[in-house]
Design a protein around this ligand. Structure first.
Ligand code: PSV
Ligand code: MN
Ligand code: MN
Length: 390
């Protein structure tokens, strides 16, 4: 066993769970081109089989998020049983109000009550799905806003959003929760109805305890101190979930930890500081990614391992030394304590630990060495490949 990862650290890593998105396994691309790939799932069952493979090799991804209607099936109970038989659960249900002509000028914010009704009903249907799948969270990301100053009454839209969300929230039962995701731009470019954590916070705070904010790491302006937002939302008890991914420029949805591992480390440090990895955590950790040009299953394996690696490094921060340096105003000592943990290579220790749990030391290599990819390429011929949006 490696020397750096103490039993306390391993106990935290042991319970770490990262939810994978069903859409990561479908074909995706940019608005310029979507590339088809051999072996791509043709239906939600095949996406779940791929997600289960990620969990089998990493022990880190015990649930898969669904997107409605992309993952709509006749019998969600059967889908749930299929997932359970493969050792995973069905997780967050994502609604979709961004692919319908009726929603050109908004869905939950639309001026027309009949369009709002349709959008609200879609969310109520999503809660029906949650009842069947046993999912806890409904995640709402809205593509609503305007492109030109004067085009829309921003205040009226905010008021209608509050009313619509209240109707959806009222339908939740038991431990079900509502997550409101923010994004600073796109597809609208002048104003977005839920552009930032403050707006999301204001809306969910008005709903109640079971409504929280979803923080997608790719949805901020360049240079934003995301870990500050993580700290603040945790402080307020309103950080419900993460959508992890990496961005260089826009909403790139690249592999988490690929663009800026140090940012991921800083985020995980604040999560730990706020108790977000304690056994009773209420924060859901998810990926929201697409794999346009790389192997999708391997991309997901790399993603969950990146989160695990930066979590392990963040857990290595010498808390007592950091606090002492902070209290004495020793700026450089405090920074050095922080950086020491970030620069510590934990890959060998994690590999050994994985083996001790009956997992492959190198899950990516294990996937490459297995026949899974060649098998799905041979089996999944014919039919329509699933894609981001189908
Ligand atoms: C669109 O920006 C988006 O990437 C949001 O982040 C959602 O979480 C995701 O699509 C799935 O609806
Ligand atoms: Mn997202
Ligand atoms: Mn996004």
């Amino acid at each position: 066993m490696g020397t750096m990862l103490s039993p306390e650290i391993l106990a935290v890593l042991e319970r770490q769970a990262i939810e994978v998105p069903s859409w990561a396994y479908g074909n995706s691309g940019t608005r310029f081109k979507v590339y088809g790939t051999d072996g791509t799932p043709r239906d939600p069952f095949e996406k779940i089989a791929d997600a289960a493979e990620v969990n089998r090799l990493t022990g880190l991804a015990p649930s898969v998020a669904l997107h409605i209607p992309w993952d709509k099936v006749d019998d969600f109970g059967a889908l749930r049983t299929y997932a359970n038989d493969l050792g995973i659960e069905l997780g967050t249900i994502n609604s979709n109000t961004f692919q319908d002509d009726d929603y050109k000028f908004g869905a939950l914010t639309h001026e027309d009550p009949s369009v709002r009704r349709k959008a609200i009903d879609h969310h109520l249907e999503c809660v029906d799905v949650m009842d069947a799948t046993g999912s806890r969270d409904l995640k709402i990301w809205l593509a609503e806003g305007s492109n030109y100053p004067g085009q829309a009454d921003m205040r009226g839209r905010q008021d209608r959003l509050a009313e619509s969300l209240a109707q959806i929230y009222a339908r939740l039962s038991g431990d079900q929760r509502l997550m409101l995701e923010y994004k600073f731009f796109e597809p609208s470019f002048y104003h977005t109805d839920v552009p930032d954590w403050g707006t999301s916070y204001a809306q969910v705070a008005a709903l109640g305890d079971r409504a929280k904010v979803c923080l997608d790491t790719g949805h901020h302006a360049p240079g934003t101190n995301i870990e500050f937002i993580v700290m603040q939302l945790q402080r307020l008890g309103k950080l419900g979930s993460f959508d992890f991914n990496s961005r260089f420029y826009a909403d790139d949805d690249l592999i988490v930890g690929a663009a800026d591992p140090f940012q991921l480390f800083r985020i995980m440090f604040e999560v730990i500081r706020g108790g977000g990895l304690d056994a009773d955590t209420e924060i859901a950790f998810m990926l929201d990614q697409c794999h346009n040009v790389e192997n999708k299953i391997q991309g997901q394996i790399r993603s969950v391992l990146n989160v695990q690696e930066m979590t392990a490094r963040a857990l290595l921060v010498d808390h007592d030394a950091l606090v002492a340096a902070q209290r004495s105003g020793d700026v450089l000592a405090a920074n050095a304590v922080f950086m020491d943990a970030f620069y510590t290579d934990v890959r060998g220790d994690l590999a050994q630990w994985r083996e001790s749990r009956g997992l492959p030391a190198d899950p990516e290599a294990a996937f490459r060495a297995s026949d899974y990819q060649s098998r799905i390429e041979a089996e999944r011929v014919g039919g329509v490949q699933a894609g981001w949006g189908a």
